[in-house]
Design a protein around this ligand. Sequence first.
Ligand SMILES: [Zn+2]
Ligand SMILES: [Zn+2]
Length: 733
Amino acid sequence: MKGLSHELRGVALITLKGKQMEKKEENKRQPNLGRTRRPRRPQRYNNNVSTLGSVNNVIGADTDALADETANAEEIQNAEGNANRNNSQNTEVNANRNNSQSTDGNANRKNQNSNRNNNQNTDRNNNQNTDRNRRNASRNKNQNTNLNINQASVQNTGSGMGTGPVAVRVNQNERGGRGNSPKLRIIPLGGLNEIGKNMTVIEYENDIIVIDCGLGFPDEDMLGIDLVIPDITYLENNRDKVRAILLTHGHEDHIGALPYVLRSINPPVYGTKLTLGIIKNKLEEFTMPWEPNFNVVNAGDVVKLGCFSVEFIRVNHSIADACALAITTPRGLIIHSGDFKLDTTPYEGEMMDITRLGELGKRGVLMLMCESTNAERPGYTPSERKVGKSLEYIFTVNNDKRIVIATFSSNVHRVQQIIDISARYGRKVAITGRSMLNIVSAAVELGYMNMPAGVLIDINDIRRYNPEQLTLITTGSQGEPMSALYRMAYSDHNQVTLGAKDLVVLSSSAIPGNEKLVGRVINELCKNGVKVLHDSSMEVHVSGHACQEELKLFQALVKPKYFMPVHGEYRHLYANRELALSLGMDSADIFIGEIGKVLEIDKKGAKFAETVPAGKVLVDGDSVGDIGNIVLRDRKHLAEDGLLVVVASVDMEDKVLLSGPDIVSRGFVYVRESDELMTEAREIAVNTLIAGINGKGKLDRVALKGKVRDEVSKFLYQKTKRKPMVLPIIMYV
Ligand SMILES: [Zn+2]
Ligand SMILES: [Zn+2]
């Protein structure tokens, strides 16, 4: 049965999701396999840092909450998975992960794998050696320049949560010139040549800080995958150097991977109050092996982290409390824009702190990493207030209808505007959808939203009011199946049934890839006689990202020596580069990076160096990272061509076919209408089996299985020009 295991694993994984609930229970009983020790926390001084209070759900329970949850795969407590990952790291320097990934052929990973062993181990050794040598030098004058494996593992076990022993000998001479001129290293682990999954590593000698920790969404060919998170092997391998994770704002593409990443490394996390409030709410749905270390900062605060100090700078964005970061490093100042736009008339809060950016620009900026989402769009992004004006108009002309508005739950100012306008027009507001409730409750609790008294009602109470007295604020602006709006459209929402008395406003734009989903929901709403307004028909949404003029303004204020466009597909990065060129930057000073590709800056200048592991870690239900391209290929194969299982049992002693072969088919042909084909396939299987059993010499089970598969596949292809997955299961008695 050995050869079966891989196919069966593929099939078994598909059923995993259904077992999610059981798994959760199981894991509660066996928590925290593997790494148990908390990481050492370096002593440091924090300016104005306070601890975040708990965020309680201040809004009444939503009976739809559970259904919404299925739309996001969130619970990933997988004790087994953790143990495996630990093992592979503790034993063979990631040999396991390397293998599985290189067979997988994931383009990103594959390219980087070859580098992984070479560069990374040398790297790791270099870093560790520097440290180790310092310590050794003081106690051992006859120090051996060749550090061996044992020493390495002793050092490692002493240093926290078990960075794997490094099974590579490195001669000190190989350290090259690194010691002479320490380099500042910028390593994007996500967010380049892709939308989402933003994560950037800044490293200088023994200190690492990480900017953002976001998730991405699966491509169309990643069947059954719920989420994509960055590969953090590099951080795991350098865990003792990681001083902090810094969050620019609370969007999923910046914080969404945190619940997964914090399972494996647990450095202090810094972010503004709302950002940490959102992530804290989210973490309640996960079982964490340890208490995360959250530190609240305000715009203007400076945090000292190893050799770095980081200043948070106010920017405008489609979520409140967003910041850019100014990072003072021993090589100079790095500015990371985060996501931003310039809103000179924000609905609440302050304008982006362009004064501070200008000051820093005057002082001299070594590197600007600037977001590129709207770099192809000319002009300025309109102010959030513009949406308010459109909504106000919509409320006046639809004073006989119930108004249902779907928007991004994280757009706290948008939700606030909708509530304020509703209050002005004498409407009650009910909120539905899990993430909307989560974020609104966090925002109210933390003082980012204020509820006019008596406006908010429970969704269960809406039938007490006439349609024209109500506004509903809902999730589902991306047409996500199972979201509240989707269920309303398909008449599957417990409290809301839509009809001719309703107006639905999609106060959002479809994220690329979601257009079809959104279109489907709009069609369904129209079928029910519902009036629908969306982005293209009314100005009911503005972007949260800077257009060309704002990007140029940012760059002009900061005046960096080097420039690296971030956040976007290649075309966006390229467009941002063009903007920098138009401002007079030298093309040699602009670096379009790739994830995993290290940019090194030293006294001599900046240049790309080696590549570190980076790529996509796939999350499917409970399992994180164990689904590679083999499983995906199988899923695709099954989805496109179906499955045919051949079951037989064989008596080894008497060399006879005891039972079968029976043929079971799924997704290939409708068996009842394909009698003849199935009979013939069965005959082929019988003949192959009998020939195999009666062959000379010892019976080779693997070969026999392969032969049955090949013969049946060949026959089916001849007859149907299709290639279903053929899975022989032969039992030997
Ligand atoms: Zn954002
Ligand atoms: Zn973003």
